[in-house]
Design a protein around this ligand. Sequence first.
Ligand code: SAH
Length: 347
Amino acid sequence: MNCLADFSKLKIEKILKEEFSQPSYRAGQLYKNVTRFNSYDEMSDLPLSLRDKLKEKYFDRALDVEKYLVSTDGTVKYLYKLNDGNVIEGAFMTQSYGNTLCVSTQVGCRMGCAFCASGIGGLVRNLTAGEILSQVLCVNRLQGGTAEKRAVTNIVLMGSGEPLDNYDEVTEFLRLVSSPEGLNVSERNISLSTCGLVENVRRLADDGFTVTLTFSLHASNDDFRRSIMPIANRYTIKEIVDAAKYYFSKTGRRVIFEYTMIKGVNINHFDAKRLSELLKGFPCHVNLIPLNPVEEKNLQGCSGAEAERFLKKLHEFGLSASIRKSKGADVGGACGQLRRSYIGQGK
Ligand code: SAH
């Protein structure tokens, strides 16, 4: 059964007219309620009889917060329960320029990256556009926001799942969340992170999207990348950089390369040199992320001093780079960690 958040206002208008013989002004009322993350019980501006009929065909909400944890740095980690009982997670982070919500795009993930908790257990299923949108609607409401004055100002598609492996629902989500009738979040304030599904990167540009694209590179050569990211067997780093350049040429949006620093493995002089050769002359930025250790995985993060040393090397080679502060580490901040511990407890 679909949830109401799966639909645009136009589609809601069509459904109300065709399935419930309702006049078009009801669409505006219902859509406003959906955007506010209201339950049927709270939609008091709609006749009870209509709400009862809607209830039989559509869920009012796609998810509920099952649990949340507040980090010492203020990050709130949410665990949501979907209507079919599956759980997904997200993180709400406050910054000086606004508040960012990290959303999941799939239950689990089939990319199988060696350092990531989301992929343990593989892909369970894709999320629908409405399930992705509902994470934003839900947290916006919980944090005291409205459609007019949003508490969630920025969105990153960096929770569990590979967004470009769920292309249709993710792009529909982008349309819904940026729609002026809904939350109206500008694509400039949305980042999509991908392990580099090259065809879909090009398709995203061709389809006219202008979100900030972030590529999870994590390696400076293909051999090493293949050892930590199975997707590297399908695409080379060169192919990914070419797709990134295509996206930039079409959208004018500067892309970001994410590079998780793993102790003693991918942060030596030659890595810095190779990265600079790969990215030379391309207006992009490298985000260095200290590896967030995952219990089940035998990989270690580097020290602050090692991270600084690698950053300095990249700067010496002329790259634009910075170290991204890891947020919410004490509350399972990295992808899939909270869900993992929840499932692990057999709950
Ligand atoms: N599938 C997408 C988006 C989800 S992951 C992607 O691959 O980009 C968001 C980012 O967190 C990715 O760069 C991912 O590689 C990184 N990540 C996952 N687990 C991590 C960990 N344990 N420590 C540091 N970064 C991690």
